[in-house]
Design a protein around this ligand. Structure first.
Ligand code: ZN
Length: 392
């Protein structure tokens, strides 16, 4: 093995520049390809080293990584779907995948933070050539990734998003933040190969929140997808079709902001069979069947009110906590009465908001639920309707 070829300093500007050049100058590359064979082999090795270093860095952040097929967004392992996983005694004969000897093991279970496994996966090219890309499994990493996309050629916004200045997912996200009178916190951010952004947010550690939020596609807004439990994102510096995923902001992941959490909670717990946007619900709130409005234009407006009440409850000082919880329950009860909010969702949101106080011994969960029920029934008796503006 030639140490000089493979052991270049991976952080030097030259290795980054040569990779960037090879990806941006793709149209002219063919004429010079034969004469630059040595250099392209070298940059391929650099690419491999960059992938390994990145994967190890993600693991250091507690993010679970998995290999992708070279030049592809699909996981490299397993190489078979669960439906055709051959059991040792099955008709498919002995299973060729030792990880599946006791039943099928999918990509999410294989995602790892183990430096040894990571080093093995990215220390040499894939058997059929090329390097495995790096992906991050969002569920076990307790991440919620907001994926804003750009429109494809000829793709126009649906009626709801035909607004001045709204041309892509970034605009839609900014609009949602404005509606909620809230900010989009800066966080670890990756530019995707299509020119969109992946914002990585951390989910709270209180309960198994990562299992509650669904992967969504267009549910909270046009050209906005989210990845949580059961999802993964292609990570930097993976390059597909000569286009690289690149880190734009290297800081630690910030906490998922409350207003986005509320919106995601709503779309994750409400089915919208009549919508083109797809939502894969991860759980049913309180086991209740959805009563009240489907998530759509109305609840988008209600979300701002919900976020405000959640903050009121969370920020309440000792001695005021039960009162503030009652006031918040009253306000949300009014929205439920006005058919602007789903009852079960409102209860769950308030229970979550007060969870910190319950944990701190301010009162019991049963007492909190009693206050919530009392406030909500009073509020429902005085319904408040939200104007939905021109979109309704
Ligand atoms: Zn299997």
């Amino acid at each position: 093995m030639s140490t000089t070829d493979t052991h270049t300093t991976r952080s030097t500007a030259s290795s980054t520049a040569s990779s960037t050049a090879s990806s941006t100058a793709s149209s002219t590359a063919s004429s010079t390809r034969s004469s630059s064979m040595r250099s392209s082999m070298r940059s391929a090795a650099d690419y491999g080293e960059q992938l390994l270093a990145a994967a190890l860095e993600y693991a250091g952040r507690g993010w679970h990584v998995l290999p992708l097929r070279p030049g592809d967004k699909r996981p490299a392992v397993p190489d078979h779907p669960a439906t055709s996983c051959a059991t040792p005694a099955g008709p498919g004969g002995p299973n060729r995948d030792p990880r599946c000897h006791a039943g099928h093991v999918g990509w999410q279970q294989r995602a790892t933070t183990d430096p040894d496994r990571i080093t093995r996966a990215w220390s040499s090219p894939a058997p059929r050539g090329g390097w495995y890309g790096v992906a991050i499994a969002t569920g076990p990493s307790r991440l919620l990734v907001i994926d804003t996309d750009t429109p494809k050629d000829g793709q126009h916004p649906p009626a709801r998003w035909q607004l001045p200045g709204v041309v892509d997912g970034e605009d839609v996200l900014a609009y949602l933040a404005d509606e909620a009178r809230a900010a989009i916190p800066e966080t670890y951010t990756v530019r995707t190969r299509s020119g969109g952004l992946h914002r990585y947010y951390l989910l709270p550690d209180l309960d198994d929140e990562s299992q509650r939020l669904a992967n969504t596609s267009g549910a909270i807004g046009w050209l906005i997808d989210t990845r949580a439990a059961g999802g993964y994102v292609v990570a930097a510096p993976t390059t597909i079709d000569r286009r690289r995923y690149a880190v734009l902001d290297d800081r630690a992941a910030s906490a998922l902001p409350c207003w986005l959490h509320v919106q995601l909670r709503q779309v994750s717990s409400t089915r919208r069979p009549d919508q083109t946007a797809t939502v894969r619900p991860a759980f049913d709130i309180l086991g209740a069947s959805p009563a009240g409005p489907a998530v759509g234009e109305v609840t988008r407006y209600a979300a701002a009110a919900v976020a405000g009440e959640v903050q009121r409850v969370q920020a309440a000082q000792p001695g005021r906590r039960n009162h503030e919880l009652f006031v918040a329950a009253l306000a949300l009860g009014q929205l439920v009465g006005g058919n602007a909010l789903n009852h079960a969702q409102a209860v769950q949101v308030l229970l979550d908001a007060v969870a910190g106080h319950v944990g701190a011994g301010a009162f019991t969960a049963a007492e909190a639920l009693g206050t919530i029920r009392s406030g909500m029934s009073k509020g429902q008796a005085e319904p408040r309707r939200i104007r939905t503006g021109s979109a309704a």
